[in-house]
Design a protein around this ligand. Structure first.
Ligand SMILES: NC(=O)c1ccc[n+]([C@@H]2O[C@H](COP(=O)([O-])OP(=O)(O)OC[C@H]3O[C@@H](n4cnc5c(N)ncnc54)[C@H](O)[C@@H]3O)[C@@H](O)[C@H]2O)c1
Length: 330
C-alpha cells in the first residue's frame, strides 16, 4: 500500500516536474523566438540602413548628372550679334561640321546670320557644332551632298553666290552656300546666273584639326604627345607655312563679300623650317621625345609658300595671327 502510495506520489511529482519542465521549455522557446525576432529586426534595420546608404551612394552622382543636364538645357550659346532682317543672310555650309567648316559656322553665327550645316559626318563631327544645336539661327542636316539637295536652284532664285573652297561654296546677298565638304568641286555645277567665288586653301591649323591628316604639324603633335621620336625627313631645312584657322575664316568671309570671281589663295606665307616646327612642338608639349632624322622623302618640296598678293590687293586680307611663338614677331 505504502509503496503504491509512494509510487503515485513520485509519479505525481514527476508529472508536476514534467509540466514545470514543459512550461519552462515553452517559455524558453517563446523567449528565444522573441529574441530572434528582435535580433532579426535589428539586423533588418541595420541592413535597411546599409542598403539605403548604398542606394544613396549610387543615386547621388546620378542626381549630380541630372543637375548638369538641367544646366545644359538652359544652355548659353556663344554671343550672337543682332542683325536686321535686311543684313541677315541665310547661309548653307556643306561640310560645316568639319574642321574649317565648323569655324566658319562659328564666325557666321556670331556675326548674326542664319546658318544651315549640311554634313554626312564622314570626317566631320557633330561635337564641332554642338554648341549651336537648338539655337534659333542654326540648323544641322545629316545629308550626303552626293545626293541632290536642290540648293543650286534655290541659290539662283534668291540671287545667291556660290563659293568653292577646294571644293565648293554658294553665297549671295540674302543666301550663301559654302561648300567645305571634301567631295570634289566637279560635283558642284553652279547654274547660270549664280555667282561663284573660289578659295584655294593652304595648310591650316587650329582647334578641331584632324590629328591624322598626315600634315607635319599634326604628325609632330601626335608623336610628341605619345612620347615617340619626332621624325624629320632629310635635314629639316625644308620650309612649310601654316595659317591659323581664324585667319582663313576671315579670308573666306572677305572673299564671299567680294566681287572676285577667279580663284584666290588663302594661306600664311610665313615660312618655318620643319626642324623649327619639330622643336617648337616638342617644347610646347613638354615632351621628352627625341628628334629623329630619317632619309629624305621623295617628292618632298623644299619650299611650300602661298602667294597671297591677290588676296591682299583684292580683298584687303592677310593673316594676322602672330608667329611670335617661333621667337620673333610678325
Ligand atoms: N585643313 C587644311 O589644312 C586644308 C588645306 C587645304 C585644303 N583644305 C580643304 O578645305 C576643305 C575643308 O577642310 P577641313 O580640314 O575642314 O576638312 P574636314 O574633313 O574637317 O571637313 C570636311 C567636311 O565635309 C564633310 N563631308 C565629306 N563628304 C561629304 C559628303 N559627301 N556629304 C556631306 N558632307 C561631307 C565631312 O564630314 C567634314 O565635316 C576640304 O575641301 C579640304 O580639302 C583644307
Amino acid at each position: 500500500m505504502v509503496s503504491k502510495a509512494l509510487l503515485r506520489l513520485v509519479s505525481a511529482i514527476n508529472r508536476r516536474r514534467m509540466k514545470l519542465l514543459l512550461v519552462i521549455a515553452v517559455v524558453a522557446y517563446v523567449a528565444s523566438v522573441w529574441g530572434n525576432l528582435v535580433n532579426m529586426r535589428s539586423i533588418q534595420e541595420n541592413g535597411e540602413l546599409k542598403i539605403e546608404s548604398k542606394i544613396e551612394e549610387i543615386v547621388e552622382p546620378l542626381r549630380e548628372k541630372i543637375r548638369d543636364l538641367e544646366k545644359s538645357f538652359t544652355q548659353k550659346y556663344p554671343p550672337v550679334k543682332f542683325l536686321s532682317e535686311k543684313d541677315r543672310k541665310r547661309i548653307l555650309i556643306t561640310g560645316g561640321a568639319g574642321f574649317v567648316g565648323s569655324h566658319l559656322t562659328d564666325k557666321l553665327m556670331m556675326d548674326g546670320h542664319e546658318v544651315t550645316v549640311v554634313d554626312n559626318f564622314f570626317t566631320g563631327r557633330k561635337r564641332n557644332v554642338e554648341h549651336w544645336i537648338g539655337h534659333e539661327n542654326f540648323e544641322l542636316i545629316n545629308h550626303d551632298v552626293v545626293e541632290p539637295l536642290y540648293i543650286e536652284g534655290l541659290a539662283k532664285r534668291v540671287g545667291a553666290r556660290l563659293l568653292l573652297a577646294s571644293t565648293s561654296e554658294v553665297y549671295g546677298d540674302s543666301f550663301l552656300v559654302v561648300g567645305l565638304s571634301t567631295v570634289g568641286q566637279a560635283l558642284y555645277h553652279a547654274p547660270e546666273g549664280v555667282e561663284v567665288r573660289v578659295a584655294r586653301i593652304f595648310n591650316t591649323f587650329g582647334p578641331r584639326m584632324h590629328m591624322n591628316d598626315g600634315r607635319v604639324v599634326s604628325n609632330f603633335i601626335l608623336q610628341a604627345l605619345q612620347g615617340e621620336p619626332l621624325t624629320v625627313y632629310g635635314s629639316g631645312s625644308q620650309t612649310r607655312a601654316f595659317q591659323y584657322v581664324s585667319d582663313l575664316v576671315n579670308g573666306l568671309v572677305a572673299l564671299m563679300n567680294s566681287n572676285v570671281s577667279s580663284p584666290v589663295n588663302l594661306g600664311n606665307p610665313e615660312e618655318h623650317t620643319i626642324l623649327e616646327f619639330a622643336q617648337l612642338i616638342k617644347n610646347l608639349v613638354g615632351s621628352g621625345s627625341e628628334i629623329q632624322f630619317l632619309s629624305e622623302a621623295q617628292d618632298d618640296p623644299q619650299k611650300r609658300k602661298p602667294d597671297i598678293k591677290k588676296a591682299k590687293l583684292m580683298l584687303g586680307w592677310e593673316p594676322v595671327t602672330s608667329h611670335s611663338v617661333f621667337g620673333h614677331q610678325d
